[in-house]
Ligand binder design. Structure first.
Ligand code: PEP
Ligand code: MG
Length: 325
């Protein structure tokens, strides 16, 4: 199998009926970068900037941050990189940052909530990102956005830093795309307000599914309740796909499920055309993509959305087997 994955490394992830599906990788440290090239991915769909903060013993300086982002962009070359701003709190603790104990950290003070309450942290990171991307395209997104107003406030900080560079005639990115992660279900019920404001949406299915099913992403006891391949989750994501299509907003998904061939197949059936996964998953997922007929799959899935079962995994497995996927 490894040999087969290697053999298609430079082949396109295109389905039998000609649909291009972009396969990106998730990364967070310099050591991850060679894997992007080795895996034959289209780019970095999620760069987790908090990892640099988590392995450090003190807060990384703006210069340290800028150096890392520059190295990432250099390594990626022409391929796109999506930086996610600091996603700390919840299960990601910084040893040197004092935070109060919380009873439900996953639902607590984390990610963009911290960034907006402590804007200096985000502002330094934005300066590092803008400087690192001088002369090239910068793509960034915010984690755990729950309300449109949070995106608006974070985006305003980006624009403020950009204006500062313009005012002092400092080098700046040639282009800027600012997106939101979709990890909290509430955001999906504000699409008509949100989507005109964002350059792209990236579904963080690890958090999204834990909130959607009210089931802890790290608790094995309730792992069974946490199935992307359930009619409710598929319906939810279908709603997301249709809204993004309606508003012409590029959509991607960067959670663990994107790296599982059966789940990735279902995502494509729903309408996703870009996903991001761990580098080791690119080979198996590309192989699945190249043996898939999206028209046939989408038609097959129509009947699944209204099924009363907790999971339609069996149906999708059968579809995959019967179609040599
Ligand atoms: C997610 O929640 O799906 C995600 C990509 O972010 P993280 O796993 O880093 O929380
Ligand atoms: Mg997340």
């Amino acid at each position: 199998r490894q040999e087969q994955y290697k053999a298609i490394r430079h082949e396109e992830p295109r389905t039998l009926d000609g649909v291009r599906v972009d396969l990106n990788v998730n990364a967070g440290l310099l050591v991850d970068l060679p894997h992007m090239e080795e895996s034959g991915a289209d780019g970095i769909g999620l760069f987790r900037t908090e990892l640099q903060f988590m392995i450090a013993s003190t807060l990384p300086s703006q210069k340290d941050q800028q150096e890392l982002y520059q190295a990432v962009l250099d390594a990626a070359g022409d391929k796109p990189v999506v930086f996610r701003t600091l996603d700390i709190g919840g299960d990601k603790v910084l040893p040197y940052m004092k935070v109060a104990n919380e009873e439900n950290p996953a639902l607590g003070w984390r990610a963009i909530r911290i960034a907006l309450d402590r804007p200096a942290l985000l502002r330094h990171q934005l300066r590092a990102l803008l400087a690192a991307a001088a002369g090239r395209e910068l793509r960034l997104m915010f984690p755990m956005v729950t309300e449109v107003s949070e995106f608006v406030r974070a985006r305003a900080l980006v624009d403020k830093e950009l204006r500062r560079l313009e005012k002092f005639d400092k080098p700046r990115p040639t282009g800027l795309q600012v997106g939101t992660m979709l990890e909290v279900p509430s955001l999906a019920w504000q699409f008509d307000t949100l989507l005109p404001l964002v350059d792209f949406v990236s579904v963080g299915s690890n958090d999204l599914l834990q909130f959607f099913f009210a089931s802890d992403r790290g608790n094995a006891r309730v792992a069974q309740r946490y199935d992307l391949l359930s009619p409710s989750a598929l319906n939810f994501l279908r709603h997301v796909v249709l809204a993004c299509q309606k508003h012409g907003v590029p959509l991607t998904l960067c959670g663990e499920v994107a790296g599982k061939p059966l789940e990735a197949m279902a995502l494509i059936g729903i309408g996703f055309r870009r996903i991001s996964m761990s580098p080791a998953a690119v080979g198996p997922v590309k192989m699945m993509v190249r043996s898939l007929d999206t028209g046939k799959l989408a038609a097959f899935m129509e009947a699944l959305y209204a099924r009363p079962d907790a999971s339609v995994r069996g149906d999708l497995l059968r579809f995959a087997e019967e179609n040599d996927i």
